[in-house]
Ligand binder design. Structure first.
Ligand SMILES: [Zn+2]
Length: 390
C-alpha cells in the first residue's frame, strides 16, 4: 500500500491530509482546516474526488476549525463518511426546544463568534461564520456521519479496512473533556442567563459557540526574540531546559492519534499535551523499545514552547518532523531545541524539520551551521509532502 501525508499552508492554523491507497482502493482522511484555501479545495476535489472517509477535527480552536466551516459551507455535495469531532455530548434523548428568550440569547451569542483573523498578516479574512456543529446537523448525511461518542485515549482503535491500517487515539483523556464540560455549564449560566438543567435540540451549536468565544478571550501571547548571533549552543541548550507551562483547556482536550500499518506509524499530535501523548504511547506500545521511531511526526501546537517536552522525546522520535502554522514566533526555539538536542535513536542519523512556510525563526535556525552539524538536523521550508510505501 501507499501512504501520502501532506500538510497545507493555511496561515496560522493546521490542515493535514492522509491519502491511503491499496490496489485501486483509497481512504481519504482530513485532519483540521484553519483556512479553506484554493490549494486545499483543489486537493479535496481532485485527489479526494470530493469524498472524505474520515474528517477529524482535533479541537475547536479557530485555527483548526474555520476552514472546515468554510469547506462545508462551500461544498454541500461533499461526501463524508465519518466525522470525529468532540463537541457537546447529550446525556438524554428527551431534548428540549429553545424558548424565545433562549433563541434571543443564542442569537446574541452568534454575533460574538470570533472573526477570522490572519495572525500572520493581522488582517480580517472573513467575518464570523456560523458554527461547524450547526452545518453538520443541518445536512442529514453529515449528521449521520458524526460519531457521537467522544473520542478519547480510551477509544478503541478504528480499523480502516482494505489492509490500510488503523487509527489509534492517544488524547484527550476524559479528565480534559470533563473540565471543558464544567466550564461549559458555567458559561451557559453566564451567557444564556439560565441554569443548564436539560439537554436542548442542537445544543452542540451553543456549546461550540460558547467555547470558541471563550477561547478567543484567553489567547496568550507568546513572545521571544532571538537573533542569529544569539543562537549558540549554550543558548540553544538552555531553551531545551526551560520549564513548561500548562496548556489551555481546549488544547488539553485536543485529539491526538497515530495512523499505523504493520511497523509504520505517523503521529498526529494536534495541539495536545506532550505528557498525555507520551504516557499513552508508553501504555499502548509497552513492548517496543523507546524512543519509538515514527515515520513522521506532526509536532503539537504549531511548535509552541509548552507542547513538546524533553520527556516526550525519550518516548517518541522521528527522522521527519512537520511543524505547521503558528503566528510569527512559531515554532519556538524551546520546542525545536528539545527535538534536535535529544539523543539520536538507533538507526537515525539526521532529523529533518519541515515547516510549511518560511519565517525568521526557521531562517535563523537554518543559518546556524555549527548547530546543524553538532546536532545533526536540517531545516526545510515548504516541503509539505511525505510518502511511504509498505
Ligand atoms: Zn492550533
Amino acid at each position: 500500500m501507499h501512504c501520502t501525508f501532506k500538510t497545507f499552508h493555511v496561515g496560522a492554523g493546521d490542515c493535514i491530509t492522509l491519502l491511503l491507497q491499496n490496489d485501486n482502493k483509497e481512504i481519504h482522511i482530513l485532519v483540521d482546516c484553519g483556512k479553506f484555501t484554493t490549494e486545499v479545495k483543489d486537493y479535496i476535489c481532485q485527489k479526494f474526488c470530493k469524498r472524505i472517509d474520515y474528517l477529524i477535527v482535533t479541537h475547536f480552536d479557530n485555527d483548526h476549525i474555520n476552514g472546515i466551516i468554510a469547506m462545508l459551507d462551500a461544498m454541500p455535495d461533499l461526501t463524508i463518511y465519518h466525522i470525529l469531532y468532540n463537541c457537546y455530548q447529550r446525556t438524554s434523548e428527551h431534548l428540549e426546544q429553545w424558548d424565545d428568550k433562549m433563541i434571543e440569547n443564542v442569537k446574541r451569542l452568534y454575533g460574538r463568534l470570533p472573526v477570522v483573523v490572519d495572525m500572520l498578516e493581522n488582517k480580517i479574512n472573513a467575518e464570523s461564520s456560523g458554527t461547524l456543529a450547526d452545518l453538520i446537523l443541518t445536512n442529514e448525511s453529515w449528521k449521520n456521519a458524526w460519531r457521537r461518542e467522544y473520542i478519547t485515549s480510551e477509544t478503541e482503535p478504528i480499523e480502516l479496512g482494505e489492509n490500510m491500517g488503523r487509527l489509534r487515539f492517544l488524547s484527550p483523556n476524559q479528565e480534559a473533556l470533563n473540565k471543558l464540560d464544567k466550564e461549559y455549564r458555567k458559561l451557559f449560566w453566564q451567557k444564556l442567563y439560565k441554569k443548564k438543567e436539560a439537554d436542548y435540540k442542537k445544543e452542540e451549536t451553543i456549546y461550540e459557540a460558547l467555547m470558541r468565544i471563550m477561547l478567543e478571550n484567553e489567547k496568550v501571547v507568546e513572545k521571544h526574540s532571538v537573533s542569529a548571533t544569539d543562537l549558540d549552543e549554550d543558548a540553544f541548550l538552555k531553551y531545551a531546559d526551560e520549564s513548561l507551562n500548562p496548556l489551555t483547556d481546549s488544547n488539553e482536550a485536543s485529539i491526538a492519534f497515530v495512523w499505523e500499518h504493520d511497523s509504520h506509524k505517523i503521529l498526529f499530535c494536534g495541539d495536545a499535551s506532550p505528557k498525555v501523548v507520551s504516557d499513552k504511547v508508553k501504555d499502548v506500545y509497552a513492548d517496543l523499545p523507546k524512543p519509538i521511531v515514527f515515520d513522521a511526526i506532526k509536532v503539537s501546537h504549531h511548535g509552541s514552547a509548552h507542547s513538546t517536552s524533553k520527556e516526550q522525546l525519550s518516548v517518541v522520535d522521528s527522522e521527519h518532523y512537520f511543524v505547521t502554522g503558528g503566528a510569527k514566533v512559531r515554532p519556538s526555539f524551546q520546542a525545536l531545541s528539545r527535538i534536535v538536542t535529544a539523543q539520536l535513536p538507533q538507526g537515525v542519523t539526521n532529523r529533518e524539520i519541515r515547516f510549511n512556510r518560511n519565517n525568521e525563526v526557521l531562517k535563523t535556525l537554518n543559518n546556524t551551521e555549527t548547530l546543524k552539524e553538532k546536532f545533526h538536523f536540517t531545516v526545510v521550508a515548504n516541503c509539505n509532502e511525505y510518502e511511504l510505501s509498505c
